[in-house]
Design a protein. Structure first.
Length: 554
């Protein structure tokens, strides 16, 4: 298609979203363009030319009302005087000024560029820029819908190979600038026989080796990436548009379609960071935005996933109402102590916790300072973690179980009620439930009876996923779980994990990870909501090289 077929392409106040490169670079360029089109209030057109880097057309991948035009960037050179150029690189050789949006600090700086020049914009930026509002990026991402057959293939593989969470490993050799860590991955998979792995690859010989491992599943390919020339995979070549490129690849349409399946399966996993590739970065963004659960709500993740019920977004008032459930209460009849280490793994609790003789500790990893302190005081600590090879350290009062927390018993998971069998409730004093399960807490808590939670005098845990509150389904689920807990308990301490910073959700600053301690309502005298600072004097930053997150700056 040429520009002459559509006279509106070069009209003023039109944003041409040029999607080029491999699959992930194209999608990220599309996301950024959609965010800017909505911010500017401009009409947009999607340009998606097929070439050796991506041989699949837009409508072969996406089931959308709009289509994309297969216009090459060289076709726009002769129309340069009618365009603003917002490009991350200028391989095509435009002679006019090129605005590099990576240099901006905020989306509001675009107002100056827009006011000076209202010609059509050619936008080509292969990453989501850090100053783009996260909620706007997620909204753009959720508006993209892959074709039904791609979702169906993902569903088939999940039904056949998983009954819960799994670890995802990105090992597509053509996405690496240096040799991929193949042997390290094979060693990890061999050692962790108790863990289910998904490996996305574009190497037939590697897939043959991985396919023999009982704890690995793959998306079997019918097409692979090929070399464009007889030379090595890496090296300067001319792409199918005649432009210089550093990868000697030919990705046909079938290969790209199957890569979409890999991308979605990786996004649904607990991913291992194997590279800084755009493919893995896009999978992480898909996961963070709950994309899979939004479009496949019948298959929620057991580990780290919360499935939206519908597509509506929550309001600022609703988010504030939910966060008010977590406002700590002042405990008149007790004082606070820190139990555990001075970094990740320590919790601030009422001092009565030191008198406990019954503790359930879920998701211990290699950090057991909390467990050790209470065990040294005489508590029996029931430890549960299915993600580690074995007990990280021995103690006479530890009872380690290589099982995780789930909504029901099955496989390597136990429900809370089954875990509670190990406590002598007739002799239990000040029982404690403590957990850090990387997002699995929502599935497990949703399925837990409120009466079972009420048997614990103290509940402390790290709660994940508050950055997803903008989604209606996430909001309703988190609110339901917190209502269940606060029916019998008051929050008495709140601390933000500083590993992920604070995000603005509908204008409300929200930390994605919160450490919360609850005390049963009948176990103390409360004096209304606390006015103590957050963080308080007993809090410590989870990551010592970063400042703690201040939730009460005024």
């Amino acid at each position: 298609m040429t520009l002459h077929n559509d006279s509106s392409l070069l009209a003023p106040r039109t944003l041409l979203i040029f999607c080029d490169g491999g699959l992930a670079n194209r999608v990220r360029s599309l996301l950024g363009g959609l965010v800017l089109a909505r911010h500017l209030g401009w009409t947009h057109k999607i340009l998606w030319p097929r070439n050796n880097r991506c041989g699949a057309g837009f409508n072969q991948l996406f089931d959308m009302d709009e289509s994309a035009l297969e216009i090459r960037i060289q076709d726009l050179l002769v129309h340069e005087d009618q365009l603003q150029l917002w490009l991350h690189e200028n391989d095509a050789g435009f002679q006019g000024s090129v605005h590099q949006l990576r240099r901006l600090d905020s989306i509001d700086e675009l107002a100056l560029l827009r006011s000076q020049d209202e010609r059509a914009i050619l936008y080509c930026e292969n990453s989501v820029l850090p100053w783009m509002p996260e909620t706007a990026v997620w909204q753009a991402l959720l508006s993209l819908k892959f074709r039904p057959e791609i979702f169906e293939r993902v569903q088939q593989l999940l039904d056949r190979h998983t009954d819960g969470g799994y670890v995802g490993i990105h090992l597509r050799a053509t996405d690496f600038t240096s040799p991929p860590p193949t042997e390290a991955v094979l060693a990890l998979v061999t050692i962790r026989q108790d863990t289910r792995f998904f490996v996305c690859s574009d190497d037939a010989s590697l897939e043959a080796r991985l396919g023999e491992m009982p704890n690995v599943f793959l998306n079997a390919k019918t097409a692979y990436v090929e070399r464009r020339t007889e030379g090595p995979w890496r090296g300067d070549v001319l792409d199918s548009d005649g432009l210089p490129y550093t990868s000697n690849i030919e990705r046909g349409d079938r290969s790209v379609i199957e890569a979409c399946v890999d991308l979605l399966l990786l996004a649904k996993s607990v991913p291992v960071r194997t590279s800084g590739s755009s493919f893995l970065a896009l999978a992480e963004l898909l996961k963070k935005s709950s994309y899979i659960d939004h479009h496949m709500p019948d298959k929620a993740l057991v580990r780290g996933g919360i499935a939206p019920v519908n597509t509506a977004f929550t309001s600022q008032a609703e988010i504030i109402e939910l966060l008010n459930l977590l406002r700590p209460y002042h405990v008149v009849s007790d004082y606070k102590v820190r139990i555990g280490g001075d970094a990740d793994g320590g919790y601030v609790m009422p001092s009565v916790a030191r008198k406990s003789n019954a503790v359930i500790s879920i998701g211990i990893g290699d950090q057991v300072s909390f467990d050790v302190e209470l065990a040294n005081l005489g508590a029996t600590v029931l430890q549960f973690d299915h993600t580690i090879p074995g007990q990280p350290m021995a103690h006479d009062n530890f009872r380690f179980h290589k099982q995780g927390w789930g909504p029901r018993d099955g496989g390597s998971l136990l429900s809370l009620r089954s875990m509670m069998i190990g406590i002598d409730w007739a002799a239990a004093r000040h029982p404690i439930l403590k957990f850090d399960t990387e997002g699995a807490e929502w599935d497990a808590l949703e399925a837990t009876d409120g009466d079972d939670l009420a048997r614990f005098e103290l509940i402390a845990g790290e709660f994940h996923g508050f950055h997803n509150l903008v989604h209606r389904g996430v909001y309703e689920r988190i609110r339901s779980v917190l209502k269940k807990i606060t029916h019998s308990h008051h929050p008495v301490h709140l601390h933000a994990n500083n590993a992920t910073g604070i995000q603005l959700i509908q204008g409300v600053p929200v930390p994605p990870l919160l450490e919360i301690t609850f005390l049963r309502k009948d176990a103390a005298v409360f004096g209304g909501h606390s006015n103590e600072p957050i963080p308080g004097p007993l809090d410590r930053p989870n990551m010592s090289d970063r400042p703690d997150l201040c939730l009460r700056p005024f």
